[in-house]
Design a protein. Structure first.
Length: 376
């Protein structure tokens, strides 16, 4: 992956990455390893092949750099604390979550328990161990439905109300608010990231639009559209840019908080979402019309692009599950992170092509895993 500052910041850092075998975590660990960090990944269970091995550049002669791997359920506070103590962790990227919206709707209690208590355990350890930098993954879904909100219209900004009202979003809202609380009340130097939809090689979550559609088309099957969702707008960001954004923010934590937290506001609206950063491509100041932003697309547009690049099979429209809530249009204003000096590098088209290439290359391994999501 394209590297960032190469400033030596990560050399020797002892970094805990939760959900280590997940999509985002694997790319992050890969990058941190190349920067000389000592990543430790926690996994709840392991797959026959780690995602980290799957995303390895097959043309590279270098051996895949594997981090230390700790089998640890984040709901087990004592075990998690022992992992942090044993490895003398100085940085935490908390990415583990029940991260699939439709699965969450089918298992509300375990999703809320996992996403809320897992985050609370991380924050508590960060507080007690005085961890100097912590990143907690929230999501753009936490903002929920702002479609006809005249006071807080789209694009979402960090100070907006969090209104996620499906189980996944609600669990993330709670985790997000807890992080803001630990930051505000206990001065835990935490950053909340609210990313738009992340895509790229290594995403094995085949309920998501891009992986599912690519796998359907590679299998010669019709892609699926949920009824009524054809025109819903979503913002996308390529995985390498997400890794760059997250590491960028962690490099800047002490600057963001200031000496003795002097930059932290004490009251009023300046406190709303102060800890949070939107992570995406769009800013209203640069592009007035969101639809002309390369990275904001509706479902039909994405499917059409993929049909052109893989196989031209028309989609089938399927009725949504009764309990499935689709948030209307969603896109973020990312001026806060952009004004801090961060810029995404990968265009939507390039990212999409790299993703197709990867799913094609790994098709024989992925086929079985994806089969129940590929329309028969
Ligand atoms: N991928 C996206 O589009 C996107 C967008 C916005 C936010 N996010 C958030 O980013 C984070 C990473 O997402 P992802 O796409 O990599 O998800 P993923 O499903 O690929 O990875 C999540 C990992 O967390 C692990 N996990 C879950 N509960 C655990 C527990 N109790 N103990 C230990 N491990 C546990 C899972 O086994 C999985 O490997 C999540 O918090 C997600 O909510 C993702």
């Amino acid at each position: 992956m394209e590297t960032q500052q190469q400033n030596g910041f990560w050399f020797g850092k002892r970094v805990l990455v939760t959900g280590g075998d997940g999509f985002v975590a694997s790319h992050l660990i890969n990058y941190l390893s190349t920067q000389g960090a000592l990543p430790v990944m926690t996994v709840r269970h392991r797959r026959p092949m780690f995602t980290l091995e799957l995303i390895k550049d097959k043309n590279s002669s270098e051996k895949a750099m594997m981090p230390d791997i700790e089998q640890c359920d984040l709901l087990d506070y004592e075990a998690l604390r022992r992992v942090c103590d044993r490895h003398q962790i100085d940085t935490i990227f908390h990415l583990a979550a029940s991260a699939i919206v439709s699965d969450a709707a089918n298992s509300p209690v375990s999703t809320i328990e996992n996403n809320v208590m897992g985050t609370l355990n991380i924050l508590e350890i960060a507080r007690i161990n005085k961890i100097p930098r912590v990143l907690i993954a929230s999501t753009d879904k936490s903002y929920g439905d702002h479609l006809d909100d005249s006071l807080e219209p789209l694009p979402y900004r960090e100070g907006y109300a969090l209104r996620g009202m499906d189980v996944y979003s609600a669990s993330k809202v709670c985790a997000d608010m807890l992080t803001q609380t630990y930051s505000y009340q206990f001065k835990v130097p935490a950053i909340v990231v609210r990313s738009s939809n992340i895509f790229g090689p290594g995403d094995l979550n085949f309920t998501r639009l891009i992986p599912r559609t690519i796998m359907c088309l590679l299998a010669g099957k019709a892609p699926l559209i949920n009824q009524g969702n054809e025109k819903v707008l979503r913002e996308y960001i390529y995985i390498d840019d997400v890794v760059r954004a997250y590491t960028f923010l962690m490099e800047k934590v002490s600057e963001i908080y200031g000496a003795d937290n002097c930059h932290m506001p004490h009251h009023g609206s300046a406190t709303y979402g102060w800890t949070a950063f939107n992570v995406g491509n769009y800013t209203a100041a640069e592009t007035a019309d969101p639809q002309s932003c390369d990275s904001i697309k509706n479902v039909s547009e994405i499917i059409e692009l993929l049909r052109k690049k893989i196989t031209d099979i028309p989609p089938v429209v399927k009725a949504k599950a009764a309990n499935f809530i689709e948030i209307p249009d969603q896109y973020l204003d990312c001026s806060k992170i952009i004004n801090l000096g961060f810029r995404p590098h990968t265009s939507f088209a390039d990212g999409l092509q790299r993703s197709i290439d990867w799913y094609r290359e790994n098709y024989s391994y992925l086929e079985k895993r994806a089969t129940r999501y590929v329309h028969a």
